[in-house]
Design a protein around this ligand. Structure first.
Ligand SMILES: NC(=O)c1ccc[n+]([C@@H]2O[C@H](COP(=O)([O-])OP(=O)(O)OC[C@H]3O[C@@H](n4cnc5c(N)ncnc54)[C@H](OP(=O)(O)O)[C@@H]3O)[C@@H](O)[C@H]2O)c1
Length: 299
């Protein structure tokens, strides 16, 4: 990897799980200066010893972003976690406007696989429209269309093992699961290395079905965990029955619908081209996290 020296590198959302790992990657590569922007900079106090400057910045508070981005050259905008359609776009718009005002030379953005109108994922168009706003700035940019995190399988996988069945509303659709750690590697390299303006599909090495996930869970559990395809409505009902608010259940079910209609069945060599690492397979990741999957359920 060719390191470029033209920091400061700014990482937004720096106290989030992805943001933290991006900063770790930058530090490990010796890149700098690094500016970590967060709504809660106090959570980043430990990074001061590593030479990282923490600043306060909230995309929903445009007035905070001038100081947050001042003096930066290459900026990673980590998409926010707002689930209500339209909210992310409004927040990202403020971040992009501040980036332009502060003279940021390269914007990296964490988008989503196939961010198109037709995608069932409820906030898909927020990503599509954010990408368009970034392109419209005329600044050079790297759009990282991250596929679903393999890490998300840890949330429901333990439950599937406990129930002895893996329910999903994904039919036979495939997903190019990618680990959060690999997304962090990609974002750090996109900050450090000149890529020109590009859209990259950040995925794992292969796209797999929920039947494949069930087979991996079976291997981990040492017993058969069959995949039981169910309807989206049944999935929503089950999640609501388990205590999830219906709005959130519909958001999560929209991921399954996107799998079923093959919006997430994308696996490319883009991660490898960018970082020189093809990515951890879902099987390797889940086996490495076997203890989490086999842990007794938390009540
Ligand atoms: N591909 C996938 O499967 C997948 C899964 C989950 C999430 N995501 C997306 O990827 C992003 C990073 O993932 P993660 O695992 O790090 O999620 P996370 O740990 O839940 O972090 C949420 C992130 O959103 C940031 N954020 C929320 N509101 C913000 C605001 N008003 N202004 C600026 N930043 C704001 C947080 O920054 P601070 O708290 O530091 O301000 C934090 O970095 C998520 O926010 C979401 O957009 C993707």
């Amino acid at each position: 990897m060719t390191k470029i020296q033209n920091g400061p590198f700014i990482v937004t959302g720096a106290s989030g799980q992805l943001g933290r790992q991006v900063i770790d990657n930058l530090i490990a590569a010796g890149a700098g200066p690094i500016i970590a922007v967060s709504r809660s900079p106090e959570k980043l106090a430990d990074l001061a010893d590593k030479g990282v400057e923490a600043r306060k910045g909230d995309f929903n508070d445009p007035a905070s972003l001038g100081l947050a981005f001042a003096g930066g050259k290459r900026l990673l905008i980590i998409s926010t976690d707002d689930l209500e359609p339209g909210k992310r776009l409004a927040a990202h718009k403020n971040a992009i406007a501040a980036a332009v005002k502060e003279g940021i030379t390269h914007i990296v953005y964490t988008s989503l696989t196939n961010p198109v109108e037709e995608s069932p994922i409820t906030f898909s168009t927020d990503h599509r429209d954010t990408e368009a706003l970034i392109k419209d700035t005329g600044a050079s940019h790297t759009i990282l269309r991250n596929n679903l995190y393999t890490d998300l399988v840890l949330m429901g996988g333990g439950k599937s093992i406990g129930m002895g069945k893996h329910f999903a509303a994904a039919a036979e659709g495939k997903t190019g699961y990618v680990t959060r750690a690999d997304c962090a590697r990609a974002a750090a390299v996109a900050l450090m290395q000149e890529t020109g303006s590009s859209i990259l599909n950040i995925t794992g090495p292969e796209a797999i079905t929920q039947g494949d996930i069930a087979a991996i869970l079976s291997e981990i559990a040492g017993k058969d965990i069959p995949y039981i395809p169910i309807s989206t409505d049944d999935l929503v009902q089950a999640m609501v029955g388990a205590g999830l608010p219906e709005f959130m259940a519909r958001v999560f079910a929209s991921f399954d619908e996107a799998m079923a209609s093959n919006y997430l069945g994308v696996a490319t060599g883009d991660l490898d081209k960018l970082t020189g690492w093809a990515g951890q397979s879902a099987r390797d990741f889940l086996i490495a996290n076997k203890a989490t999957l086999l842990a007794p359920p938390q009540h």
